[in-house]
Write a protein that binds this ligand. Structure first.
Ligand code: PEP
Ligand code: MN
Length: 263
């Protein structure tokens, strides 16, 4: 189902007014997590002002440490849906448990499967049957073919609208949080008709590297980028060091728009 050979035409995934694939470029932006109404609204406005077409923010956070901020859960979902409506953007948010899929699907315009769950096959089947587009992130130790087979699970469950996301992989290099594999972009597009989006925020872990790698992703043929932005990054409850300041987000949005139309 994911194969380009059997399905030669680019799939275009539409979320609200945003589209990804077939020469359409989507800009997904927002904070790592929903913290509270004020934080999310201010950060969402920064995303919107920069030309974002989809708002991102996690209500359920899969954190490495059980003592780190775990997200606001159902309350966070409500805040996200309200803020998305207020700024006029569709929303994508991560679902980490099969039991939460229906609830998340009732509040979000697109479901995100995170790197840590890329091979949670029960979750892949459940999101595939939820009736919403799915944003699938590459596992941190997953090969390109593993990512494609994970997407195959989602499509086999009935979902035609899957976006593949390169978000960096673990290598011997620790100078960046992950090693962003930009060669995966043209490779995935050769192998599959599905749109490919790059996340340079988790891919580098460093704010100053996000814009250059977002622009490089666009040059490599990505169908969109996902970028973390926070109205006050030093105060962020998660991923502050990789979150753009609003003025940096605006500058990146402008440079992306100069390269290609963001829709
Ligand atoms: C995220 O996008 O919020 C996230 C947790 O990213 P990843 O799954 O790529 O680590
Ligand atoms: Mn994050």
């Amino acid at each position: 189902l994911v194969s380009r050979e059997l399905h030669p035409h680019d799939t275009i995934v539409t979320v609200g007014d945003a589209s990804f694939g077939g020469q359409r470029f989507g800009l997904v932006a927002g904070p790592c997590a929903v913290e509270n109404e004020t934080q999310l609204l201010a950060s969402a406005k920064a995303a919107k002002d920069a030309g974002a077409s989809v708002l991102r923010a996690g209500a359920y956070k899969p954190r490495t440490s059980p003592y780190s901020f775990q997200g606001r859960g159902p309350v966070g979902l409500e805040i996200l849906a309200d803020v998305g409506r207020e700024v006029g953007l569709p929303v994508v948010t991560e679902v980490i448990e099969t039991a939460d899929v229906d609830l998340v699907a009732s509040k979000a315009d697109m479901l995100q499967v995170g790197a840590r769950n890329m091979q949670n096959f029960a979750l892949l089947k459940a999101v595939g049957a939820a009736g919403k587009p799915v944003f699938l992130k590459r596992g941190m130790s997953a090969k390109v073919d593993d990512l494609l087979l994970a997407a195959e699970y989602i499509m086999a469950a009935g979902c035609e609208d899957v976006i593949l996301c390169e978000r960096g992989i673990r290598t011997f290099e620790t100078a960046t949080r992950n090693t962003l594999d930009l060669a995966a972009v043209p490779l995935l597009k050769q192998k599959s008709h599905l749109p490919v989006v790059v996340d340079p925020s988790h891919g580098t872990g460093k704010r100053d590297l996000v814009a250059p790698m977002a622009l490089a992703a666009a040059a490599a043929g990505a169908d969109g980028v996902m970028v973390e932005v926070h109205f006050d990054p030093p105060a962020a409850l998660s991923d502050g060091p990789q979150s753009l300041y609003p003025d940096q987000m605006k500058a990146l949005g402008d440079r992306l728009k100069a390269l290609l139309p963001v829709v």
